[in-house]
Design a protein around this ligand. Structure first.
Ligand code: FAD
Length: 419
């Protein structure tokens, strides 16, 4: 068996792995990335939020992505029947990027990976991690390449960015059930032959079909659009009687008054993919000699497009902490990694829960709009969930619930006393 020695082994070349590998390489750390598949590969997660731009910029990956002319995402639109709520990232409470992209992930992730390789990082495709053995913080990882050859990679630290592969959570028994209710999704891409001219054609939208069920519409700059339906697993399963994903997605599109004309008759570019009970969590996010980033640690829900942002946030933070640790500094991973990540995840967890209770929808569609409330929520939706100056971050536990309660009371009073 061949043997390689590196400082840091990154498992998985998704956005999380590419950001950490790039940061470490830029700081002269010997890093290797092993990736199970051959890119480009299909993966879901096409609507980004502005916070990711900070990470791609800092990792030195922004120019390569920018050159790809992906569709710019300036905000997001939520639709409920005739009601519309549009967030504009340039009008938000917190400082930060006011745009990002909506991307076909196969191309996007391939661009990231090719840029990582161009920088001189050793990224090996079609190489799967099979086993990891720890001796203190040092580790020996067994990897199988596409020809079946095995090798050992000796590393001082492992960043596990293996997404749903969840390499270390599986091997070290770190999986734990998510606190969120079981939801599932079916998605595909279509050639958007009925795409309207102008903003309407390219605007990313979330159409609420029922309080807990929504359709995503993510137009790409290549003329294709991603369509997906999300809802409680029982509901998603009920969309087709014979487990036919294409039939299920077609039935969901029929429920959308807004999009039925545009997408009712279009052909799917690939057999729709079902992702069942997609939320994930872990008992701990780090250990002696490793950290878990991106979907390998926690995944909440697609509704606010926070997945890639958490993947790059945790990837970037891990890389910074490992770099300092390799220079001899003692790192308090509990405080600097877990507590930091959990505070951001906690904010989004509340927003996801309050979306599905309907409380957040009550705020979104309340008229007249309160511009100050909207700017604060917009900052959260842009991913700036560590800004304690924002009361919609700091008091996330009850601010949405309380405001929705007041709005509902006001509505009840109007019904009782119409004058
Ligand atoms: P990934 O991008 O999944 O990359 C992990 C890589 O690790 C893969 O390439 C895999 O092949 C590799 N790997 C796995 N096992 C091994 C192994 N044993 N050895 C070597 N390599 C391995 N997020 C958003 O930001 N916006 C959205 O709109 C959005 N929509 C979503 C919709 C649904 C229905 C779901 C379920 C998720 C959605 N997400 C979204 C979440 C998003 O898909 C993930 O959060 C994001 O892709 C995580 O990135 P990552 O780098 O952690 O993992």
């Amino acid at each position: 068996m061949t043997k390689e020695i590196v400082d840091v082994l990154v498992i998985g070349a998704g956005p999380s792995g590419c950001v950490s590998a790039s940061y470490l390489h830029n700081n002269n750390v010997k890093v290797k990335v092993v990736e199970k598949t051959k890119f480009p590969r299909l993966v879901v997660g096409e609507s980004l939020i502005p916070r990711v731009m900070d990470h791609f910029y800092e990792a030195g990956l922004f120019p390569a992505l920018d050159a790809m002319n992906f569709e710019k995402k300036l905000g997001a639109r939520f639709i409920r029947g005739e009601e519309i709520c549009v967030f504009d990232f340039s009008d938000k409470f917190s400082e930060g990027w006011d745009w990002t992209w909506q991307v076909p992930r196969a191309d996007f992730d391939n661009t990231l990976a090719q840029e990582v390789i161009r920088k001189g990082i050793d990224l090996e495709f079609e190489s799967e991690v099979l086993a990891v053995e720890f001796n203190g913080s040092d580790s020996i990882t067994t990897v199988k390449d596409k020809d079946g050859n095995m090798k050992e990679i000796h590393a001082k630290f492992i960043i596990d960015s293996s997404g749903y592969g969840r390499v270390l959570p599986r091997l070290l028994d770190l999986d734990t059930p998510s606190k969120l209710d079981p939801h599932s999704s079916i998605f595909t891409h279509v050639k958007d032959i009925n795409r309207p001219e102008g903003e309407e054609g390219t605007l990313i939208s979330f159409d609420i079909l029922e309080t807990e069920v929504w359709l995503w519409v993510i137009p790409f700059s290549n003329g294709n659009t991603s369509l997906g339906v999300v809802g409680p697993t029982d509901f998603i399963n009920s969309l087709s009687t014979n487990k036919d994903n294409a039939e299920a997605l077609k039935n969901a599109i029929q429920l959308s008054d807004y999009y039925i004309k545009r997408f009712g008759g279009v052909e799917f570019l690939f057999e729709p993919v079902k992702l069942e009970n997609y939320s994930r969590s872990v008992k701990k996010m780090y250990g002696d000699g490793f950290s878990l980033t991106g979907n390998s640690s926690e995944f909440l829900d697609p509704v606010f497009s926070s997945g890639v942002a958490f993947a790059t946030e945790s990837g970037m933070l891990s890389a910074k902490l490992v770099h300092r640790q390799l220079q001899g500094e003692k790192i308090d991973w509990e405080v600097e990694f877990t507590q930091y990540m959990r505070s951001g995840i906690g904010v989004f967890t509340t927003y996801v829960k309050e979306w599905y209770t309907g409380n957040l929808q009550t705020l979104f569609f309340h008229r007249p709009e309160n511009p100050e409330v909207k700017r604060k929520i917009c900052a959260v939706l842009a991913g700036y969930v560590w800004d304690q100056e924002n009361p919609f971050v700091k008091k996330h536990d009850n601010v949405i619930k309380n405001m929705a309660h007041l709005i509902n009371l006001e509505k009840e009073q109007k019904i009782e006393n119409p004058s």
